[in-house]
Write a protein that binds this ligand. Structure first.
Ligand SMILES: C[S@@+](CC[C@H](N)C(=O)[O-])C[C@H]1O[C@@H](n2cnc3c(N)ncnc32)[C@H](O)[C@@H]1O
Length: 284
């Protein structure tokens, strides 16, 4: 049952679908340009890959594999990996990247997340990192990830939290400036505004709600705190590396205890077998 608040956030235009398969999404793949960004992106990768329980012989699906770097890393650890990505341009980048990789490389499949071209129970784990908010049908994609993952396997979602401490603090500061001090509204995208290539504004409640329809959640992890707060981002860049690292780890520890406030959320669990996840035979 959706709460009215969650239902409101889920409102979106029916029948909206971006089918520009030639779209270059490389600009939406985050790159660590500041010390706190670098920390959060590394942390996101490490936590996501760990939650798939990687290892030799594991069959793992990377949904929205982007450049394919995560799939390549898991394959290098001995897993058998498939990267699924709809954009032809991203696939071209991926093939270039996997051409540079040594050893065996993942299998690349062009596919939307909500219509995965795999039989039921094909994988030991399926993950989607930093991409679900770009999907126009994220709930269907989650159902698909659960369907193609075997019972007892892992479904892992990693996503930015738009109700983080950072978003709340930035919004409060803007409210003071704009409403209290009557300063003109800031132009451009604010930290807590979702970019316009996102369909959904995720927070812990909404992620739990969408994932729990198809997955028995047993892992909720909050990563990083205060990422992108202007004063903090500038300060951490000037701190000696060891000090900065200690503080970033300390904030990360707090995020781990209060995931609702964390910058990034990792949720995982094993697939439920219900009507929406037991295959209808279409892709078998
Ligand atoms: C921000 S990138 C993330 C890529 C990768 N997971 C990473 O962590 O670097 C988002 C990716 O989602 C893909 N994407 C967008 N809509 C999708 C959909 N409906 N199904 C599957 N992938 C989609 C885009 O093509 C893009 O490569």
């Amino acid at each position: 049952m959706k709460t009215p608040q969650a239902a409101k956030r889920l409102l979106r235009c029916a029948a909206m679908r971006l089918v520009d398969l030639d779209r270059d999404m490389s600009d939406v793949i985050p790159t660590g340009t500041t010390r706190d960004s670098q920390y959060v992106f590394d942390r996101m990768t490490r936590a996501t890959l760990a939650a798939t329980h990687p290892g030799p012989g594991r069959r793992i699906l990377d949904v929205a594999s982007g450049f394919g770097q995560d799939a390549i890393e898991l394959q290098a650890q001995g897993a058998w990996v498939v990267g699924a990505e709809p954009s032809e341009r991203m696939m071209a980048w991926t093939r270039m990247k996997s051409g540079e990789a040594s050893g065996s490389v993942p299998a690349w499949v062009q596919a939307w997340g909500d219509v995965l071209p795999f039989a039921d129970d094909s994988f030991d784990a399926a993950f989607c990192k930093g991409a679900l908010d770009h999907f126009d049908q994220p709930d269907t994609a989650i159902a698909e990830m659960a369907r193609v993952t075997r019972p007892g396997g892992r479904v892992v979602l990693t996503i930015a939290n738009y109700d983080s401490f950072t978003c709340r603090a930035s919004r409060a500061a803007d409210d003071v400036e704009e409403l209290g001090l009557k300063r003109p509204m800031r132009r451009g995208r604010r930290h807590y505004d979702v970019p316009n290539d996102h369909f959904t504004r995720y927070d812990l409640e909404l992620m739990r709600e969408q994932l729990s329809a198809h997955v028995e959640i047993d892992h909720v992890e909050g990563l990083s705190l205060a990422w992108g707060l202007p004063l903090w981002t500038r300060s951490v860049g000037h701190l000696p590396e060891a000090v900065a690292d200690t503080v970033l780890r300390g904030l990360d520890w707090i995020a781990g205890r209060a995931p609702a406030l964390a910058d990034v959320l990792v949720l995982a669990g094993s697939p439920k077998r219900n009507k929406s996840t037991s295959g209808d035979g279409v892709y078998n």
